[in-house]
Design a protein around this ligand. Structure first.
Ligand code: GAL
Length: 683
C-alpha cells in the first residue's frame, strides 16, 4: 500500500533532507507528494530553470525507497509572471482583482496562462515524465479551493459569450431559453451578454446564472485538459490525478475526473476549535470520491495535526489520526498521504500542523502514523482494489446543486444539507452506499435515491424510468421535475416528467421556516409519533395511481399524502413530499430498504458513534468497526469472527476503546448478497 506524506523540500535546508528521508522510511512512508507550489523554485525568472533541487530530492527519496507524486505548480504562478501579465488575476463579482499574496490568483480562461501552464508542465514532464521514481502526477491543487472558480474578468465575459454561442447557435434561442423578455434583458448580439456580476440586487436571470456556473466549471476542466494532454504525451505511463474536495461544488468533479486515472481528495475531518468532528462528513466525502471513478481512490492530504491559519484549531487527540486513516481505508482509499510531513516555520500556514512539529523531532503524531502504517502494510493487501459492494446509489447532480444554490427556495436550505439527510440514515444503519453521477449505470443497485432532481435532464429521466421498469426502487423528492434543463419553470403539472413514474400530481405547495416542521403520521388519521414530521417544504399531493405511505397530520393539508409509493413495471417509485425528520426518515427508509432488499452489514451490533463499513472482493468481506466516540464501546457479535489487527477470533461481547478500530474478516455467501457469518482463520 502506498503510505506517505506531503513534503516541501524547498522549505528546508538541503542538510535536513537526508534526515527527513530517513525518518520517513523509519515511519513506513513509501511515497511523498512534492512540488505542487514550487514554480518560483523551478523557474525563478522567465525562461530560467533550476531543476537541481528537484533532481536531488527525487534521487534521495529513491535511495530511501520512497516514490514521488509530482504536483504541477500551476496553483501558484510566481510574481514575475503576474507582473508580466497583470490581466491574469481573477476578478470578483464587483470587478476587483484578487491580487498577489495568497495562491490560486489566476483566471482559468486566460489564453496566455493556459500556454504558460502548459509550458511549465512540459518542462517538468520532459525532465521527470519517465523517471522510475515518479509514481504519479497531480494536476494543480484543489481546483476551486477558497472560492476560485467563478471569475468575472473581461476574459471570462468573452469566453462565456463564446461558450453560449456554441451552446445556442443563435442569440434568439438564448433569449427564448432564458426568458430575457423579463425586465427588458433581450440581447441583440453575443457581445452584449453579461456575467452575473454585481447588480443593484443579487437576483440574476436564473437561466443566465446557471449557464454561467456551468461555463465556469467547464473552464476548469478545459484548463486541466491542457495539462493532461501534455502529460499524456510526455509521460504516457504515469497515472494522473487531481486532489478533489468532496463537498466543494463549484466544479463538476465528475467531469474533471473523467480524463484522470484515479481520483484523490483532501480529508480534513476536524476544522473546528474544541469540538468533535461529525464522522459522517468524511464518510460522505470518501463515498463521493469513490463515486468519481467508481474505483478505489487516494487520500492525497490526510489531516495529521491541528489546522491553522490565523487561528489554531483542534489538535487531533491520541488515536484520531489512526481512526481517520482507517475510516478512509474502509471507504475505499488505497493510498494515504498525510498533510504535511513537518510543520512549516514560515508562510501563511506556519500554524497548519503536520506529522512533525516545528522542531522536526518525531513525537506523538509521528509515532501514531508509524504504527498505523505498520498495521496497514501487514493487512491491506487483502482488500486493495475492493469496493464496498454497495447496493444503494445516491445520485449527486452538480447541475441540481447549482440550481438550488442560486434559488434555495426555502430559507437556509441547501441541496447538500438535504442530500446528507439520506446519507445520515444509511451511515447510521451501516448500509454501504455509492455516491454517483446521474449518468452512472444503475442496474447494479437495488435502490437509487435522487435528492432534489429539479432540472429533469431527459437522459436521467429516461434512465430512472427504465431502472424502475426493470425492477429497481427509486426515491425522488420535493421539487423533482419542476424545471427544464435551461432553468425555466416547467409548464407541466409537478412533478412534470416524473408524473407517470410517481403516479401523483402536486396541486399546492409551500416552504417552511428552518425551525418548523409539520407532523407526519404513518397511519392515516392517527396522531403522528413523537418526532416524526416533515421539514423545509410541503407538497400537497393527489394520487394518480400511487398509494400513500404517510400523511400530514397538521395544517390545512392534514390527511393528504406526505410520502407515496407507485408500482412501476417490475419496480417502484417513492416520492417524499417533504424533508423527513430523522425519526420519520428511519421509519420510511426501513420500509423502502426492505422492499428493495437492501441489507445493512449484519452480524455486529454496536452503540451509536460506532461506524461499520466494509470492503469486499465478492468472496471475502473486511468489516471495519470504528469507534468515533470518546467512550469505549461494547460490540456484540452474532457469531465468532476473525479480527485481523490483533489476530484473534472474537466472539460475543467485544470491547472497543475510544478511537479504536477493529477489522473483521469473513467469507461472503454470494456476490451482491448478505454475508455468511463463517469464520476464516486469523492472520
Ligand atoms: C489544502 C491544500 C493544502 C494546504 C492544506 C492546509 O486545502 O490543498 O495545500 O493548504 O489545505 O490548509
Amino acid at each position: 500500500m502506498l503510505y506517505g506524506a506531503c513534503y516541501y523540500p524547498e522549505h528546508w535546508p538541503r542538510e535536513r533532507w537526508p534526515i527527513d528521508a530517513a525518518l520517513m522510511r523509519e515511519a513506513g512512508i513509501n511515497v511523498v507528494r512534492i512540488a505542487e507550489f514550487a514554480w518560483s523554485k523551478m523557474e525563478p525568472r522567465a525562461g530560467e530553470y533550476d531543476w537541481s533541487w528537484l533532481d536531488e530530492i527525487i534521487g534521495l527519496l529513491e535511495a530511501h525507497g520512497i516514490k514521488a507524486v509530482l504536483g504541477t505548480p500551476t496553483a501558484t504562478p510566481p510574481k514575475w509572471l503576474m507582473d508580466r501579465h497583470p490581466d491574469l488575476y481573477m476578478r470578483d463579482a464587483q470587478g476587483h482583482a484578487r491580487g498577489f499574496g495568497n495562491r490560486r490568483h489566476y483566471c482559468y480562461n486566460h489564453a496566455r496562462y493556459r500556454q504558460l501552464a502548459a509550458g511549465i508542465v512540459e518542462r517538468m514532464a520532459q525532465r521527470y515524465g519517465r523517471h522510475a521514481n515518479v509514481v504519479a502526477w497531480q494536476i494543480d491543487n484543489e481546483f476551486g479551493c477558497t472560492d476560485t472558480v467563478r471569475c468575472y474578468c473581461d476574459n471570462c465575459r468573452e469566453a462565456f459569450q463564446r461558450w453560449l454561442q456554441r451552446k445556442y447557435g443563435d442569440v434568439g434561442k438564448l433569449n427564448e431559453a432564458w426568458g430575457t423578455v423579463f425586465w427588458s434583458h433581450i440581447y441583440n448580439s453575443w457581445d452584449e451578454v453579461v456575467l452575473p456580476s454585481y447588480t443593484v440586487f443579487p437576483m440574476h436571470n436564473p437561466g443566465l446564472h446557471l449557464d454561467y456556473l456551468r461555463f465556469a466549471s467547464d473552464a476548469v476542466a478545459e484548463f486541466q485538459q491542457v495539462q493532461v494532454d501534455v502529460l499524456r504525451h510526455l509521460s504516457p505511463d504515469k497515472p494522473i490525478t487531481h486532489n478533489f474536495m468532496g463537498y466543494f461544488a463549484e466544479v463538476d468533479a465528475y467531469r474533471l475526473a473523467e480524463p484522470l486515472d484515479f481520483a484523490s481528495w483532501d480529508n480534513y475531518p476536524n476544522l473546528h476549535f474544541d469540538k468533535k468532528a461529525d464522522p459522517l462528513n468524511s464518510a460522505v466525502q470518501h463515498d463521493m470520491t469513490w463515486g468519481l471513478k467508481r474505483q478505489p481512490f487516494w487520500v492525497m492530504e490526510q489531516q495529521s495535526g491541528s489546522p491553522g491559519g490565523n487561528f489554531i484549531f483542534a489538535m487531533p487527540k491520541p488515536g484520531e489520526l489512526r481512526r481517520w486513516t482507517y475510516q478512509a481505508v474502509a471507504h475505499g482509499a488505497d493510498a494515504i498521504v498525510y498533510f504535511r510531513w513537518r510543520t512549516c516555520l514560515f508562510g501563511a500556514e506556519q500554524y497548519w500542523h503536520g506529522l512533525l512539529p516545528h522542531d522536526g523531532l518525531p513525537g506523538r503524531r509521528y509515532e501514531e502514523a508509524k504504527r498505523t502504517g505498520e498495521e496497514l502494510q501487514r493487512l491491506s493487501g487483502r482488500w486493495l482494489g475492493a469496493g464496498a459492494g454497495a447496493e444503494v446509489a445516491v445520485i449527486r447532480s452538480y447541475d441540481n446543486e447549482w440550481a438550488m444554490d442560486i434559488q434555495p427556495q426555502s430559507f437556509g436550505h441547501s441541496y447538500m444539507a438535504h442530500f446528507k439527510t439520506y446519507c445520515r440514515y444509511f451511515y447510521d444503519r451501516h448500509i454501504p452506499v455509492e455516491i454517483v453521477s446521474a449518468d452512472a449505470p444503475l442496474e447494479r443497485y437495488r435502490l437509487v435515491v435522487v435528492p432534489h432532481d429539479l432540472l429533469t435532464h431527459p437522459a436521467s429521466v429516461q434512465a430512472l424510468h427504465e431502472y424502475a421498469a426493470a425492477g429497481g426502487i427509486v426515491v425522488l423528492d420535493f421539487r423533482a421535475g419542476i424545471k427544464r434543463p435551461d432553468n425555466r419553470m416547467e409548464e407541466r403539472t409537478i412533478p412534470g416528467a416524473y408524473r407517470d413514474l410517481l403516479g401523483i400530481r402536486v396541486t399546492d405547495y409551500g416552504s417552511l421556516r428552518q425551525e418548523d416542521s409539520r407532523a407526519v403520521t404513518l397511519t392515516k388519521g392517527a396522531p403522528a409519533k413523537e418526532g416524526q414530521g416533515g421539514r423545509i417544504w410541503y407538497d400537497v399531493v393527489e394520487l394518480e395511481g400511487a398509494e400513500a405511505m404517510a400523511w400530514y397530520a397538521a395544517d390545512y393539508f392534514a390527511d393528504t399524502p406526505a410520502v407515496t409509493r407507485h408500482a412501476y413495471g417490475g419496480g417502484a417509485a417513492y416520492y417524499l413530499a417533504t424533508e423527513p425528520t430523522p425519526a420519520l426518515m428511519d421509519a420510511l427508509m426501513e420500509r423502502i430498504c426492505a422492499e428493495a432488499g437492501v441489507g445493512a452489514i449484519t452480524g455486529i451490533s454496536a452503540p451509536p458513534g460506532v461506524e461499520i463499513a466494509r470492503r469486499t472482493d465478492g468472496h471475502t468481506e473486511y468489516i471495519f468497526v470504528i469507534n468515533h466516540a470518546e467512550e469505549p464501546a461494547e460490540l456484540r457479535l452474532d457469531k465468532p469472527l476473525s479480527e485481523l489487527i490483533e489476530g484473534f477470533v472474537a466472539e460475543g461481547e467485544v470491547q472497543l476503546e475510544a478511537n479504536g478500530v477493529r477489522v473483521f474478516e469473513r467469507a461472503r455467501k454470494q456476490e451482491g448478497r448478505a454475508a455468511e457469518d463463517s469464520v476464516t482463520a486469523p492472520a
